[in-house]
Design a protein around this ligand. Structure first.
Ligand SMILES: [Zn+2]
Length: 343
């Protein structure tokens, strides 16, 4: 099969379009013929090695993908060849206490497709049959693949971990990234009022089109936490979605008493200073999460299929041009999800 792999971690130049043996689906696995893969920032970190995760070379990155079932491994039932499916990249072992309790993103033997095992920048991928979800006839596979990881992640963070309730206020720090655009939509769907801090008028326009109520352009406003504070009548917001990390000091300032700071990543860098006084005096909760459970995946994908949530699609590239696709993501030129068409 054709794949894009790398034999050593490094810059864009390590990506190689080449042939690789097609995987055999093992027990309980299906072989998916991928039609589309979607990019995530983790692809860049896995390639460069900055995430610190050891990979087996040659490595194939890519967590998101959708396509059709091309082969069934032993002990697979309920699926047929040709079924259209989207992949849930959160790979739980299925038998540890967390998995048995339905908390498979807390799995003791947790793997993430494309990060710790070979992923979707390939014509085929073998995954457990518990990690595929049926895509309705006529629904765009590109939209399904692009929605999967970001909506799964944002849903688990805002709804399950964050316990977001109607009429609460949510600030999303960042306007255009995949998880942020998903968070804006989920918060609106939950009945919250949504504040968005973005780096340009263009990015904020996108947030507005997704239903954001208050837009703050940080290229024009150096003190956005104060602006949001005043916009809320000096109360602050109930929930801050901060996947930048280095903006935590501002997020602490802008959170209301009893506020929750939700984080699923750190696009701005992993380390920053914390002024503990904000945490105890305002009764703040800092809530981390990563990926989501199988139940979350089903719930959020059904909302995507129903058109209540949608991935914002940026450019599409052929698999052969994965390097250009990653370059666009690395430069932050995209608005929404970059995808790869395969085959
Ligand atoms: Zn497990």
């Amino acid at each position: 099969m054709k794949v894009v792999l790398f034999r050593t971690q490094g810059g864009l130049e390590v990506l190689e379009y080449t042939d690789f043996p097609t995987p055999e689906p093992g027990e309980g696995q299906v072989l998916v013929k991928l039609e589309v893969a979607a990019l995530n920032r983790m692809d860049l970190w896995t390639r460069s090695g900055s995430s610190g995760i050891k990979v087996e070379f040659p490595h194939i990155t890519g967590a998101d993908g959708a396509g059709t079932i091309a082969a069934l491994g032993p002990c697979v039932s309920g699926w047929n060849l040709g079924d259209r499916v989207v992949i849930n990249s959160n790979l739980g072992c299925g038998h540890c206490p967390a998995c048995v309790a339905g908390k498979d993103n807390l799995c003791r033997n947790w793997q993430l497709l494309g990060e710790t095992v070979r992923g979707t920048y390939a014509e085929f991928v073998a995954v457990p049959d518990t990690n595929i979800y049926p895509v309705p006839e006529g629904f765009d596979l590109r939209q399904a693949a692009a929605a999967a990881l970001v909506f799964h992640t944002a849903w688990h963070s805002l709804i399950k971990r964050g316990g977001l309730r109607p009429a609460e206020s949510v600030l999303v720090v960042g306007a255009s990234g995949g998880v942020n655009t998903a968070s804006i939509q989920i918060a609106k769907l939950a009945g919250a009022s949504v504040y968005v801090v973005g780096s340009s008028a263009e990015k904020l326009e996108l947030a507005k089109s997704l239903g954001a109520d208050y837009l703050i352009d940080r290229s024009q406003d150096g003190n956005w936490s104060e602006t949001v504070y005043y916009l809320t009548g000096k109360r602050g917001v109930d929930v801050v979605v901060d996947n930048v990390g280095t903006t935590f000091p501002s997020s602490f300032r802008v959170a209301a008493k009893g506020g929750r700071i939700l984080t699923v990543g750190n696009s701005g860098g992993p380390k920053f200073e914390i002024d503990n006084r904000y945490i105890f005096s305002k009764h703040l909760s800092i809530i981390g999460s990563s990926m989501g459970t199988r139940a979350d995946f089903a719930q959020v994908m059904e909302l995507v299929f129903a058109g209540k949530l949608r991935a914002i699609l940026d450019r599409d590239y052929p698999l052969l041009e994965a390097r250009s696709a990653q370059e666009r993501l690395e430069k932050g030129e995209q608005q929404g999800k970059i995808t790869l068409t395969i085959g």
